[in-house]
Design a protein around this ligand. Structure first.
Ligand SMILES: Nc1nc2c(ncn2[C@@H]2O[C@H](COP(=O)(O)OP(=O)(O)OP(=O)(O)O)[C@@H](O)[C@H]2O)c(=O)[nH]1
Ligand SMILES: [Mg+2]
Length: 306
C-alpha cells in the first residue's frame, strides 16, 4: 500500500479551506474574494514540470499504467484527453476511439515518437444491467495485466484464458499500477445499486491484488454546482461539492482525501489554468500512488493472477 503521499497536502488544504470558509451554496453565489488567498497561481507550471520530469521508481518498469473505470458517460475519455491537452499545451482529442477496445493511451513528448512514462487505459463504462457495458471481470482481468492491446471486450462474457486476447503471464508493465474510479458528481445520486456494487467489487479486487492503489476523480463538478460552473475556483468553497465528496466516499468506501474533483474540458477551446491545476493535482496523486506501488511490485504474476 502506498504510505507517504508527498503531495496530498493540497487535498487536505482543500478540505480544511472548505471547512473554514463560508460555504458557497450551489444556488446563491457569495463573495469569492477569499479565493485569492489560495495557492492557485503559478502552481500549474511547477506541478506540470515535476510530472514531465517523472522517472518510474523501479528500473524494470518503463511506464506506469493508470486504469480509469466508472459509469457510462462519467468523463473517463475526457479526462485522458484533458491530461494529454495539458501536456501538449493545447486542447487535443486522443481517446475518442471505440472504448470497447482495450487501448493504451500514451502522451507524446515532442514529435519524435517519444512518450512520457505514464500511460492510461480507459474502457467503456459500467452499466446497471448485466450484458451491457464492460464486464466487471474484464476490468479485473485488465488490473492483473491479462488483457492484450486491441482486445475487443464482450459485455456478455469476460475474457478467458482460452481467448486470443488473454495474456497468460503478464509482465509487471502489463499490470495496472493505479486504479482510478471516475465518478460524475451530477449523476452520482442517480446511479443504480448494481453500478455502485460493481465499482466496489472492482475496488476490492484491486486491493486484493497486492494492494493496487486507488483513488477517485469526481468529474462534472460544473454540472453539479452552478457556482463552480461560474468559476472553477469556487470548488474550494462549495458546500455542495464537499457533500458530494462525502457521499462518494460513503458509496465507494474510499477516504475523502483520495477523492479529487476535476472539471474536464467540455466546451472550452483554450486551456484554462484553474481547471488545469485541479487536473494536475489529481494526476500527481495518481503518479505518486503508482510510483509507491511499483517500487514493491513482484516482477511476474502467476497464471492464476496472484
Ligand atoms: N460539463 C462537463 N461535461 C463533461 C465533463 N466531463 C465529461 N463531460 C462530458 O460528458 C460526456 C461524457 O464524457 P466521456 O468522456 O465521453 O465519458 P466516458 O466516461 O468516457 O463515457 P463512456 O466511454 O461512454 O463510458 C461528454 O459529452 C463530455 O463532454 C465535465 O467535467 N464537465
Ligand atoms: Mg469513453
Amino acid at each position: 500500500m502506498p504510505s507517504q503521499f508527498m503531495w496530498q497536502s493540497w487535498h487536505m488544504l482543500l478540505i480544511s479551506v472548505s471547512r473554514k470558509l463560508p460555504a458557497v451554496s450551489c444556488h446563491i453565489a457569495e463573495s469569492t474574494s477569499t479565493c485569492s488567498l489560495l495557492p492557485y497561481d503559478s502552481q500549474k507550471e511547477v506541478i506540470l514540470q515535476k510530472l514531465k520530469d517523472y522517472v518510474p521508481g523501479n528500473p524494470d518498469i518503463k511506464s506506469i499504467r493508470v486504469f480509469l473505470h466508472g459509469p457510462v458517460g462519467a468523463g473517463k475519455s475526457s479526462l485522458i484527453n484533458f491530461i494529454n491537452s495539458v501536456f501538449q499545451g493545447h486542447i487535443t482529442s486522443i481517446a475518442l476511439a471505440d472504448s470497447a477496445i482495450y487501448q493504451t493511451h500514451k502522451i507524446e513528448k515532442g514529435k519524435h515518437g517519444i512518450y512520457y512514462p505514464i500511460v492510461f487505459n480507459d474502457v467503456m463504462g459500467l452499466e446497471e444491467s448485466s450484458g451491457k457495458g464492460v464486464h466487471k471481470d474484464d476490468i479485473i482481468n485488465a488490473l492483473k495485466g491479462h488483457v492484450k492491446e486491441g482486445h475487443k471486450f464482450n459485455p456478455m462474457s469476460p475474457l478467458s484464458e482460452k481467448d486470443h486476447g488473454y495474456i497468460k503471464i503478464p509482465s509487471s508493465e502489463d499490470r495496472v499500477h493505479c486504479l482510478v474510479s471516475v465518478m460524475p458528481a451530477d449523476k452520482m445520486a442517480f446511479l443504480g445499486k448494481h453500478v455502485i456494487q460493481k465499482m466496489r467489487d472492482i475496488r476490492l479486487a484491486a486491493f486484493a491484488l497486492a494492494g493496487i492503489p486507488q483513488m477517485v476523480v469526481l468529474t462534472r463538478v460544473d454540472e453539479a454546482c452552478p457556482s463552480v460552473r461560474k468559476d472553477v475556483k469556487n470548488i474550494y468553497l462549495s458546500k455542495y461539492i464537499k457533500e458530494k465528496m462525502e457521499q462518494c466516499s460513503a458509496k465507494l468506501g474510499v477516504p475523502v482525501n483520495c477523492i479529487l474533483p476535476v472539471k474536464n474540458y467540455h466546451e472550452e477551446i483554450d486551456l484554462n489554468e484553474d481547471m488545469d491545476v485541479l487536473l494536475l493535482r489529481a494526476l500527481r496523486q495518481m503518479v505518486d500512488f503508482a510510483d509507491d506501488f511499483i517500487k514493491n511490485i513482484p516482477l511476474k504474476i502467476t497464471p492464476q493472477g496472484n
